[in-house]
Design a protein. Structure first.
Length: 139
């Protein structure tokens, strides 16, 4: 499936959200077709978890997530958020630092991050986006 001609909000302006002390912090699912992250996946998925970083009118800046462990991504555990579902999803998820703009109508709310996690997420995001790759610590 090609995504080249699908309408998406413009890429986010880093200055808009890097001044924030904490992330907006809601956990959503978004249609994969509305995201750049994961578009090249071998086995497509219809929905992908995302976490809102900032709300700007109808456009939400989100960090897309994956279940695939990645030490360069922000790890979320089931204890990091309150789920709208009686049984939250098992297992950890990992958020990518490449924030994308998604229209609010294309999101389905699934939960909310605890406030300390919102703060840690913004600190991590700022470090990833403001530190030159050569200066990032190797784990």
């Amino acid at each position: 499936m090609s995504h080249a001609f699908q309408h998406r909000p413009p890429p986010p302006d880093r200055e808009l959200f890097l001044e924030q002390a904490w992330a907006h912090g809601f956990r959503y699912i978004a249609r994969q077709s509305k995201l750049r992250f994961g578009h090249d996946r071998g086995e497509p998925v219809e929905w992908r978890y995302v976490v809102s970083i900032r709300r700007d009118g109808d456009t939400y800046l989100v960090a897309p997530g994956t279940k695939k462990s990645n030490r360069d991504f922000f790890r979320l555990t089931a204890q990091d958020f309150l789920s709208k579902k009686a049984r939250p999803d098992a297992g950890d998820s990992y958020l990518c630092h490449r924030v994308e703009g998604v229209n609010h109508a294309d999101l389905r709310e699934r939960g909310v991050l605890h406030h300390p996690v919102r703060i840690r997420l913004m600190q991590w995001l700022k470090e990833k986006l403001l530190t030159p790759p050569s200066e990032l610590p190797r784990k």
